[in-house]
Design a protein around this ligand. Structure first.
Ligand code: UTP
Length: 475
């Protein structure tokens, strides 16, 4: 290892890494050196002092106010007119190929407890299509619908990039055109022990984890994706998380409002169902848009009511955005981006003195992550647009219960049953109103209500759907 690097590691108070390195074999040393060489050793002591040895305090601005939002559906004739213009604008840019899809899929998905990249998790209720297949087929339909291939950027981490790519190759990219799917890799952060020492995870590796979805912005530049987008004429990115198959990937209204309102980063909002619901809160401070995490939101504000009894801080964030390429370019112009770090205490496996890897029983380390919504206050113009929760937000965080694969499947069935109804096909209902049959419409054929009507007009359903039946439409 170069002497200069050795000195930087020592100066950062991490000499235990050098002792481990010196005792390692040549192959392990090469891998360790590669990991050491990308760490910002000069910044590390400050991070450890500010985030690990003491708990960071999130400063809540004193002037916090609820963020305004564009309601959906429109409430006034003026809004109706604006929304019609916005929808036409959205269709125009989709047809012109100026939009790309951007999925963040670099997370570790620990809560789901599934072995493999989260996108390879089977989610649909009847055909058990994976999250990636569901998105890929939707993108195929969107490309066909607007007559322009929608390029799909997928952010992976170093930990899951190889299996993710293999999965797509094995499945022939689910029929998408050559080069339509583009992967890029986000940065990592070393796990830091509660004593401030970086954790060695294996003989040849630090314990590393992805640096949070905030890492997307810099990774877009570092990977060359921004340049590719510019060369392709892509101006707007439709950003969504890998765990939400309900997301409308190309919503002309949302895209069009972003453009007509001169927004740099636009966000969907869902009306919160209770004051302390586990969603980030859209707020205004100093004239800028912020998301305050539910855990940081003062209870007094979370519970504040409007005179009509509705929540004053109503807007929750489902992490769905339209982002202008030019905004990412300006934020990352000099190859850096300073977003605040968020601390998460975790149980991180470590290499013990006897050479075995130990899984700790209790929390032993801090992981630092940056979040995409911390870029919101950096925008001069950032709008918020209301969305329908049951139609667009079914996050697959856990296997069962709240925000789970189970609840997401139920929402997919509910949405498809409603769309069948729009097309004149009745799905029988249980006494509690839920669909009594398991139905699934292929997103390769139907990505919105208009598609449903059109598809079933051309492909009529002749047999009535019976209670208890399981049925897939338009494979
Ligand atoms: P989550 O916050 O749900 O984290 O990520 P996670 O890692 O997927 O799951 P848990 O917390 O371990 O159970 C929200 C979205 O952000 C992406 C995830 O892939 C998911 O789409 N993400 C998260 C990244 O792309 N990179 C990261 O470093 C973190």
């Amino acid at each position: 290892m170069q002497e200069a690097l050795r000195k930087r590691i020592e100066a950062a108070g991490q000499a235990h890494l050098l002792a481990h390195y010196d005792a390692a074999d040549a192959a392990a040393q090469a891998k360790l050196e590669a990991q050491f060489s990308v760490i910002d050793w000069e910044a590390l002591p400050g991070l450890i002092a500010g985030y690990v040895l003491k708990r960071p305090e999130t400063a809540i601005p004193a002037d916090l106010a609820p963020a305004p939002f564009f309601p959906f559906p429109a409430k006034t004739a003026e809004q109706e007119k604006l929304y019609a213009e916005a929808t036409a604008k959205g269709v125009e840019v989709l047809r012109a190929g100026k939009v790309a899809a951007l999925t963040v899929a670099g997370g570790q998905g620990t809560r789901l407890g599934f072995d493999g990249p989260k996108g390879t998790y089977p989610i649909t209720p009847v055909l058990h299509k994976t999250l990636f297949q569901y998105f890929a087929e939707s993108i195929g339909r969107i490309s066909e619908k607007y007559g322009a291939p929608l390029t799909w950027y997928i952010m992976c981490s170093e930990l899951n990039a190889a299996p993710t790519k293999e999965f797509f190759e094995k499945n022939k990219f689910f029929g998408l055109a050559d080069g339509q799917v583009r992967f890029f890799v986000q940065g990592t952060m070393p796990a830091i022990g509660l004593d401030g020492k970086l954790i060695i995870g294996a003989k040849d590796s630090l314990a590393l984890s992805p640096n949070g979805h905030g890492g997307t912005l810099l990774a877009l530049r570092a990977s060359g994706c921004l340049d590719r987008m510019a060369a392709d004429g892509v101006e707007y990115l439709s950003y969504f998380q890998v765990d939400n198959p309900l997301v409308p990937i190309a919503d002309p209204l949302f895209i069009g409002l972003h453009i007509l309102e001169g927004s740099q980063i636009s966000s969907r909002m869902l009306p919160k169902t209770c004051p302390t619901e586990k969603l980030g809160n859209f707020c205004l401070s100093g004239g800028r848009l912020h998301v305050i995490e539910y855990s940081d939101m003062p209870l007094e504000l979370a519970e504040r009511l409007n005179p009509d009894g509705t929540l004053a801080f109503l807007s929750g964030s489902p992490a769905i955005h339209i982002i202008s390429r030019s905004f990412v370019e300006s934020l990352t112009q000099d190859g850096t981006l300073k977003l605040p770090w968020h601390r998460a205490d975790k149980k991180v496996p470590f290499l013990a003195a006897d050479g075995t890897v130990v899984k700790p029983e209790s929390t032993n380390a801090v992981k630092l992550e940056s979040f995409i919504f911390d870029a919101l206050p950096m925008a001069e113009r950032a709008i918020v647009v209301e969305g329908s929760r049951k139609e667009m937000f079914g996050p697959t965080k856990n296997a069962t219960g709240v925000d789970s694969a189970e609840s997401c499947r139920a929402m997919l069935v509910e949405r498809d049953a409603r769309r069948l109804g729009l097309a004149g096909v009745q799905v029988p209902r249980n006494a509690d109103g839920t669909p009594a049959a398991l139905v699934e419409i292929s997103p390769r054929r139907v990505v919105d209500d208009a598609d449903a009507v059109e598809y079933f007009r051309a492909n009529p359903v002749t047999e009535p759907i019976q209670p208890g039946q399981t049925k897939a439409f338009g494979k």
